[in-house]
Design a protein. Structure first.
Lengths: 412, 412
């Protein structure tokens, strides 16, 4: 089956919005093994939309349009599809009633033009819209089919789930393509690749590495029946985990902060954070997670030397002797945060985020981390490239600190 | 002049990446008043790319391709364009030398296939690539012209600046469309619209409001010669500022934290931050700005009541009497942070970010802010809708705190 996408909307051709609907649909179709042959973007112009639909019908089995289903004069997709497919319009009473209801429930009076959205090409099947007024439409054209969705992403996604997904599952559901992502921290891309090299070259499943800022992703993709696919992915995941061990921190959308928060909550362990260069970023990421008040006792942004001494009890002499960015000060900050806050774990980050403040001995990107627990205090030094930039270095430093907490928890 | 965009790359049709290049180019062309008629996306397939280029040449004056200029067998755009335009290939020695240099400077040996990128359609003009190996190309086809750019956004943007922008400036430079965005904080969209209503309905310049999370943007767009356009925008900006006063905090890409940091640095005023619900987000945003150590003395994430008492000197009785989310505790936190850190200004945020922890009297989204200066302490209470979600409420609370600091500085 060959699919084609048509995005309708002058705002797309003016660059006012980015076409994320196309990405969403392309990914969905790929997951069902359906090839997307092409995508066209056209403005709100009847003749151009009609031509785009005609071109798509000349070369594709499945055509999916997004946009142009609204109530205004500019919304021309239904008309264009009807023209291209040679179908007359009919009034769809159920949709008209649903639109009237939609307004009534909100205590508003619909303007007459809204009922344009109840006109459908003859023979079309309606997918009711639960989040708006424009219905989705399934228009059979001989052996081909056109799906039409509104351009508002939330409405489009709801209608795709209700109408397109079941249709795909019925037709191509016994041959699916599914992906799973393993997320890795604390190991560089080249080392990851070296460890899993022989597993990367399979045909089914495939394993593709992707370097992200502060993590590496391995995307496992398998084809086959739904049951086969799960088995293939599970075996690949087990093989990769065997090679990579604790470096694998999560699966799919799981973030490093979510994993750390889960471990802390599960084990009932409290945490205090001392930050210099990351200045709140680490604490802020940990508290993205609902329920983080269960473990986070306090955070200290000790940006100045004075704050390190006053708020964390770091000895002024230690800073004078080793500098604020040093193993010694990182350890004292972690211990100070732990002691002051009465937490089970104290973690600290101090480094040079740049763009200024670097020296040959302590360049921009140098970061010292430390973690203090009842088993003692440990430090670690990392050097990120200055080319990562201030925001990049701060992100990488927070990431390294999260991973330090995670590994320390796994060891216990 | 009618333009058409062609994005080449199977990864786009698989939904692995979103086509932000098209948005970038569309916006640029719109700013020069060039209409984009259509956009096509095709995979890495010679015949399909050729057909897309032929279709574009049949209806558009200016065709811009992105992607498919790399060194691999999959990179077919040059070949497809040459076929569609009926042009033979020639070897471009200067590009070959530049590619060899690119590798030599990095101490690497190029593989032979890299020199595929030195083949160009006969008559094409080369735009040297300063960030990679694939050059940009300008291919005249009769009275039409095809621009070709690599798909890597940073390379594409560099080549567009070097090759397409001067070309557009020369051809359509006497009729430009330019935009300027005024950024507004602390005033809701409907109030902004009410205040500037009569200025929104002009034809040239146009003024379009856009609600963002925690700010409102007014986009002023003017058409005409470069000199006229600047005058039109300046007058519109002056009119809008007259109606909105201090609510306008910045222009174009200026963030609220950048404005606050600039004011603090210019005036040599130090700041201490006390955060509960935002838990580091406010401090982290303020320290995004290089040089923020000049003003930020310390930040306290006092998530628990104990931390509020211990680290900020809030009286336990005050929390017991009014609750941690209250005007009284916000004021005590701001005063405590200011006193502890010895800063000129102390600012505090305490609120209920949710999803849990709300009550009828203190619902999710309730946030108390306070600012302590040598002129005394002021508090403000805001209620964000729970539907903004935990991340949204935290962002809105940090935004409100930044605006509180800004307004306090402007008053001095």
């Amino acid at each position: 089956m060959r699919a084609e996408l048509i995005s309708v909307g002058t705002e797309l051709l003016l660059g006012q919005i980015t076409d994320t609907n196309a990405t969403y649909l392309a990914r969905l179709l790929a997951s069902y093994g359906v090839d997307v042959l092409a995508k066209q973007t056209v403005g709100d112009n009847l003749e151009r939309v009609r031509r785009a639909v005609s071109l798509a019908l000349a070369r594709s089995d499945l055509v999916i349009t997004t946009g142009g289903l609204g109530p205004t004069e500019d919304d021309l997709t239904v008309e264009a599809v009807a023209l291209a497919a040679g179908l007359p319009f009919v009034h769809h009473e159920e949709t008209a009633v649903r639109i009237a209801d939609f307004f009534a429930r909100r205590g508003r009076t619909p303007v007459a033009s809204v009922f344009r959205q109840a006109r459908i090409p003859s023979g079309a099947q309606v997918i009711p819209n639960r989040k708006g007024t424009a219905p989705g439409l399934i228009v059979p054209v001989g052996r081909q089919v056109i799906f039409m969705f509104p351009g508002v992403p939330a409405e489009m996604e709801g209608l795709v789930a209700d109408g397109l997904v079941p249709w795909l599952a019925e037709r191509v559901g016994d041959q699916v393509i599914r992906s799973r992502v393993l997320r890795i921290a604390g190991m560089g891309e080249s080392l990851v690749e070296e460890r899993v090299q022989d597993l990367v070259h399979g045909a089914n499943p495939t394993v593709a590495p992707l370097a992200k800022l502060g993590e590496v992703h391995l995307r496992i993709t398998a084809k086959g029946s739904p049951a086969t696919v799960t088995g293939l992915m599970d075996r690949a995941e087990a093989g990769l985990r065997e090679r990579l061990g604790d470096a694998v921190f999560g699966v799919d959308d799981e973030t490093l902060q979510a994993v750390v928060a889960r471990l802390l909550i599960e084990r009932g362990i409290s945490l205090a954070v001392a930050e210099s260069c990351t200045a709140g970023l680490l604490t802020s990421r940990l508290t993205e997670i609902p329920g983080s008040s269960a473990f986070l006792v306090a955070g200290f942004v000790a940006y100045s030397n004075e704050a390190k001494v006053r708020d964390l009890g770091v000895e002024a002499g230690l800073i004078a002797a080793h500098g604020a960015v040093s193993t010694e000060v990182a350890m004292a900050m972690a211990e100070g945060a732990r002691a002051r806050a009465g937490a089970r774990i104290g973690v600290a980050v101090t480094g040079i985020a740049g763009p200024d403040g670097g020296t040959p001995a302590k360049p921009v990107g140098l970061v010292h981390l430390a973690i203090a627990t009842d088993a003692g205090t440990r430090a670690s030094e990392v050097r990120f490239g200055a080319e990562a930039g201030r925001a990049g270095i701060r992100h990488l430093a927070a990431q390294a600190a999260l991973n330090l907490i995670r590994l320390s928890l796994l060891e216990r």
